[in-house]
Write a protein that binds this ligand. Structure first.
Ligand code: GDP
Length: 381
């Protein structure tokens, strides 16, 4: 593990490609780049580019030649979605990352960020989970499809680094939440699902809210603006093959999380735990000593982050993702539309949107946003 030779200013002066900019993580990366004063990144709408299509991805890199890349596109979802759509979880993620990593290398991308997940570690890994426990035991079955794809992505980055000197770094974020999350009742992750469930119960005057599982599993939660801040910090200051966990280093039980969300939403009814629903892995807490040694710590406390996310949910109620099924991170082309994707597309960055992104409310209280600006300022220095 070593610090990067590239100056922070150098990485920020190049145009980035943020793959998956409409998602929870991608949108946060766009906001973070705007705060850091970086040039408008290349952002391509799903309707224009299917990242599972290798030829289309090649064409994008050949014409646009981004300097560095953040790969935030992929199929994501909670414990039920992983179980319901195993084929898409493994296929879409493998295809997207294979295409984007390969084309980025072929077209001379100077630095690449691959985002994995804390679910890559064995189900019964020693807690907190150090990066070195990767591939030391069986995975949690409820999300092994996603985990296997992510592990393959890490290994592909390592292989390209070893054989071709490709400068890819791999971050393993813990459970993320924040503005732009998927608030579906069925297919989202626990935190946005609980926000939605408590909100709906409050509006309906319901006497109880059902929480899946026993309430005993423990999870760690990181606000997505913290993740984006860490991503820029590490892109500018770290390079090497060692994967880096990104989390807070503290966790809470699902019952404790439910109580926090209940308070933030202001729901006065009862909680009922439905033990017929799966608990998933008993505990998922990251060892963040490597991240801390690289000079980054999270700033947003769960209470603040949850309150801000609920506020964002209220302000964007009509547009939040709350459908019953997880949508693919990339548009599935209809047979007739598939031919159109082979045509040269206009890959215009949405500069206007980018300019507004720095000012866009991320849902985090102002004082926190000022804090978040510190890494941006540091990188510009
Ligand atoms: P995981 O971290 O991969 O297990 O993903 P989730 O965020 O989907 O689930 C975390 C934990 O929260 C599991 O123990 C779930 O059973 C529990 N949980 C409780 N209520 C819900 C809910 O409404 N949705 C989801 N997704 N999980 C819930």
């Amino acid at each position: 593990m070593r610090a990067s030779n590239a100056t922070p200013a150098a990485i920020l002066s190049e145009r980035a490609f943020v793959a998956g900019h409409r998602g929870l993580v991608g949108a946060a990366l766009v906001r973070a780049l705007a705060r850091a004063g970086a040039p408008a990144p290349l952002l391509v709408e799903k309707a224009r580019l299917d990242l599972r299509d290798g030829a289309a991805v090649e064409s994008l890199f050949a014409s646009e030649r981004p300097g560095h890349v953040y790969l935030a596109a992929g199929k994501v979802g909670g414990i039920r979605a992983n179980d319901a759509y195993p084929a898409e979880f493994i296929r879409d993620n493998l295809a997207i990352q294979t295409n984007v990593i390969h084309s980025a290398w072929r077209h001379g991308v100077r630095k690449f960020m691959f985002l994995g997940s804390s679910c890559i570690y064995p189900r019964l890994a020693e807690q907190p989970m150090h990066e070195s426990c990767l591939l030391t035991g069986p995975l949690e079955p409820t999300n092994e499809w996603y985990a296997i794809a992510k592990i393959a992505g890490i290994k592909m980055c390592h292989a390209y680094r070893r054989q071709y000197g490709f400068n890819a770094i791999c971050l393993m974020p813990t459970n993320l939440y924040g503005p732009g999350d998927n608030f579906s009742l069925e297919d989202s992750h626990v935190l946005p699902a609980l926000i939605r469930r408590f909100h709906d119960a409050k509006c309906a005057g319901a006497s109880e809210v059902v929480v899946w599982g026993t309430g005993r599993p423990r999870r760690e939660f990181l606000h997505v603006d913290d993740l984006a801040d860490a991503a820029l910090h590490l892109m500018a200051r770290y390079e090497g093959e060692d994967i880096v966990n990104v989390g807070t280093g503290t966790d809470l039980s699902i019952a404790e999380l439910a109580a926090l969300v209940q308070r933030a939403v202001g729901y006065g009814g009862a909680l009922r735990f439905d033990a017929s629903k799966p608990d998933g892995t008993p505990r998922k807490l990251l060892d963040v000593s490597r991240l801390h040694a690289l000079g980054w710590r999270h700033r947003i406390a769960p209470e603040d982050g949850i309150r801000a996310t609920y506020q964002w949910f209220l302000e964007h109620r009509s547009e939040v993702r709350s459908g019953a099924t997880v949508r693919s991170a990339v548009a599935v082309p209809e047979p007739a539309a598939a031919a159109a994707t082979a045509q040269p597309a206009v890959f215009a960055p949405d500069s206007e949107r980018f300019a507004g992104a720095a000012a866009a409310a991320s849902g985090v209280p102002t004082s926190r946003r000022e804090n978040l600006g510190t890494t941006a300022a540091m990188l510009r220095a």
